[in-house]
Design a protein around this ligand. Sequence first.
Ligand code: ATP
Ligand code: MG
Length: 639
Amino acid sequence: MDQSGALDSLLTEERVLRPLPQLVIEANINPQELEAARKFAAMDHLGYWEEAADELDWFKKWDQVLDDKDAPFYRWFAGARCNIVYNALDRHIETANKNKLALIWEGEPGDSRKYTYFELYREVNRFANALRSLGIRKGDRVVIYMPPLPETVIAMLATAKIGAIHSLVFAGFSAKALRQRINDCQARLLITSDGFYRNGHIINLKETADAALVGSCADCVESMVVVRRCNIGVDMVDGRDFHYDDLIRQERNEAPTEVMDAADPLFMLHTSGTTGKPKGIVHSHAGYMVGVHRTLTSVFDIKPTDIFWSTADPGWVTGHSAGIYGPLLAGTTTVMYEGHPNYPQADRLWSIVARYGVTIFYTVPTMIRMLMRFGAQYPKQHDLSSLRLLGSVGEPISPETWIWLYKNIGRSECPVLDTWWQTETGMFMIAPLPISLLKPGSVTKPLPGVEAEVVDREGNPMPTGKGGLLVITKPWPAMMTGLWNDDDRYREYWTKIPGVYYAGDVARKDEDGYIWMQGRADDVINIAGHRIGSAEVEAAFAAHPAVCEVAVIGVPDRIKGEAAKGFVVLNDGFEASDGMIKELKKTVRNELGPVAVIKSIEFRQELPKTRSGKIMRRVLKAEETGTGIGDLTGGEDEE
Ligand code: ATP
Ligand code: MG
C-alpha cells in the first residue's frame, strides 16, 4: 500500500456538458472574465479580495486586507468597521431595492407571507429595539431555536444588528442537543416558537425549549422569546418568557446599527456532526460578508429578476450563507418553506417553484435522491420553466443523480452547480459558474481567490488522477475566525499538514484540473491494497436503477484486513434478494473494475443520517465493529 496516503480512483465519468450559448451571452461573468479573475487572484490574492470588499459599504475601511501575524488566527480587513446587516438590509432602503421582495415565505399548511426590503428592515428594527429592551448587548449570545419562519430571519438580523452573536439550533433537535449548545455559548436569551407544522402535524417546540432549561440546566438563559406560529397554548414562565408580538408592539421602526470591528463575531454554528462531535464554528462580520457576497453572486450569477431558493434549513450553514445572508447582501429575493418536502404530496417543492417563479433552485443530494424515488411524474405536473440554474451542496452528488436533476428539473438546459464548502469555510470554495464546462459529479475548480490543492500526508501535491487530501493553501475571507472557546481544536485544522487548512475530505484532480470529491478522509476504504473514497464506490452502486440510497464502509476482514460492505436502500418495485446482491456486485465491478470487490451487501429501509440529511457512515461502522458511536446530537435518531 502507498504510504503517502494516496487514493486510487476507479470511477471514470466522461460526459462533458457545455453551457447553452444564450446562457453565456447573458451571464454576468463570461468565460474570458472568469479567466482574467483567476489570473488576477493568483497574482494578487489580497488585491482580489480587496476589490470584492470595495463592493460593500463600510463605516471605516481596513488598515490591512489581511493581518496574519497571529496565524492561523487570520484577521481579514483588520481595522475596518462595518455591520453585515447594514449591507444586507439598511443600504437597500436607499436604493431601488427598497420596495423589492426580500423574502417569500410559505408555511406548510399553505399560508404565505412576503416582505419587501423596507418591510423586513422595519421588522428587524422593531425586534432589535425589543432585544435591547431585554438588556441584550453587543457580544451577548442569543440562541435561536426556530423552524423556518420569517421571524427566524428577523431574529438573526436583529441580533446581528445590535452586535450580539446568534447561534441557530435546528428545530428538530432534542432538548439535550439544545441544552448542550446553549451551555457551550452561555446564551442569555433563547428565541423559539410555540410550535411549527411538519408533515401535517403541529410540533410543540416550546415544550422542548422548556425541557432544555429545566432545573438548573442552562441557567445562563435569562429570558425566552416565543413567536406565535400555531397559536397553541403554551406555558409561559412569569418574568422569563415573553411573546414576540407583545414585545415588538410598542417598539419603534428605526434602530441604530451597531458599529462592529471587522473580526467581531457575527454568529456561531455547530457543524452537522457527520464525523464526530459538532464543533462551534465562529464567523465574523467583515470577512464572512465579503466572502459570501462575492461567491454567491458569482456562482449563481445573481440578476435583479432572480428568485432564489435554497431548501436548506436556517439551522445549517447553507441556510445562513445561501438562504439568508448571501441573497440579502446580493439584494435578491429569497424563498423559505416551513414544512416537509412531501406534504401533502411529493410535488410540493415543484409547486412552490412554479407558483413563485423560482429561477435558482439550490438543494442537497439527499433531497434529490428522495425526489427521484417518487419519479419524474411529479415535476411534470408543474411549469418549471422559470428555473435557470440548479445547485447542489452537502455531499458528493453521484453522476446519475446529477443527470436526473439536470434532465427532469432542468429541462437539460439549466446547469447543475455543485458547490463544495463547509461550515468552516463560510462561503462557496470549489464550484463552477453557469458558463463553466460541467462534468457530472465534479465540483470543477476552486473559485477565483481560493487556492485549493490535493496533497499527500506530507503536503506534497498528488499527481493528476491520484486521490489525496483536500487542503486550502491560502486564507480566504469567510474562513471561520475560530472555534468557540477551543483554540487548540481550531489549530488542529492548520497543523495536520503544517501551514495549510486541512478540510477532512479526499479528492482527486483530473487532467483538466477538475476536482472530484471522493468522500471524507475518515471514510476511505481499503480494498485489496487499494485505498478508495466511499463516494466513488457509492456512485458505482447508484448507477444501478434499483438503488435509491447507499452507504459503503470498510469492515474488518480476517484475510484482507479490510473489505467493503454496502448498505442499500432499494427503490420501490425492486426486491431485496440474492439475485439483486449479485447484480449490484456486478454493477460495481463494471463501473470500477475488478479491484472493486464488494464483500457483502445489506438491504435497509433507511440509512442513519444527520438532521441535515447526510449519511452517517460512522454509525454503520460502529454497528459492524461493536465500538462506541460517539456524539449523536446532530443525528436523526439521537434518542
Ligand atoms: P462534521 O464536521 O461535524 O463531521 P459536516 O462535515 O457534515 O459535520 P458541514 O460543515 O455541514 O458539516 O459539511 C461540510 C462537509 O460536507 C464537507 O467537508 C464535505 O464532506 C461535504 N460536502 C459539502 N459540499 C460538498 C460537495 N459539493 N461535494 C462533496 N462533499 C461535500
Ligand atoms: Mg466537517
